[in-house]
Design a protein around this ligand. Structure first.
Ligand SMILES: NC(=O)N[C@@H](O)C(=O)O
Ligand code: NI
Length: 162
């Protein structure tokens, strides 16, 4: 299976089967800090497994452009993975439903400035793909034993267009 994938806007509802959209959307859950800050509370389903712990790393990724050739996806069977831009750059988020242990048809989302994402454990996804510089991201994922990585290379790449 291969072909062309059109990008779609990133919304919590559309992304929910694959993970969470982390953003300051709507009214804050709580006003804190003497009224000077709104807290948008507990936005992501983090999961680091029974033998792992949470880690924060910084990724400095090369920006890419659309149309984008998708030939490789991966997943982390032991934990979730969150990508939080350290700038207002937009990025491409590719996720794929699993079909009997292999990726099915990818879906491609483009973030708007201020959006971050958390990928659920074992969700097929494209690697971190900024669409503009700087490609600096904080990444919250599992630190622990094992590779926590399964890769899949498509025999025929997908073409992702805007
Ligand atoms: N390999 C790694 O740390 N990053 C990937 O998991 C990725 O999704 O970019
Ligand atoms: Ni990953």
């Amino acid at each position: 299976m291969s072909g062309e994938i059109r990008t779609e806007p990133l919304t919590r509802a559309a992304f929910a089967p694959f993970g969470d959209v982390i953003e300051a959307a709507g009214a804050p859950d709580k006003i804190i800090n003497a009224g000077l800050c709104g807290r948008h509370h507990d936005l992501a389903r983090l999961d680091f497994g029974s033998d792992g712990r949470a880690g924060i790393s910084v990724f400095d990724a090369k920006p890419r452009a659309l149309p984008y050739t998708l030939d490789l996806v991966e997943r982390h069977p032991d934990g979730s993975q969150a990508f939080i831009p350290l700038s207002l750059a937009s990025f491409l988020v590719i996720v794929v439903p699993d079909e009997d242990g292999r990726p099915g048809r990818p879906r491609a989302f483009v973030t708007t400035p201020g959006q971050a994402v958390n990928l659920l454990r074992n969700t097929w996804h494209g690697v971190l793909t900024p669409l503009e510089a700087p490609g600096l991201f904080a990444v919250v994922d599992r630190i622990g034993p094992g590779a926590n990585l399964e890769e899949y290379r498509f025999e025929v790449p997908w073409r992702v267009t805007g």
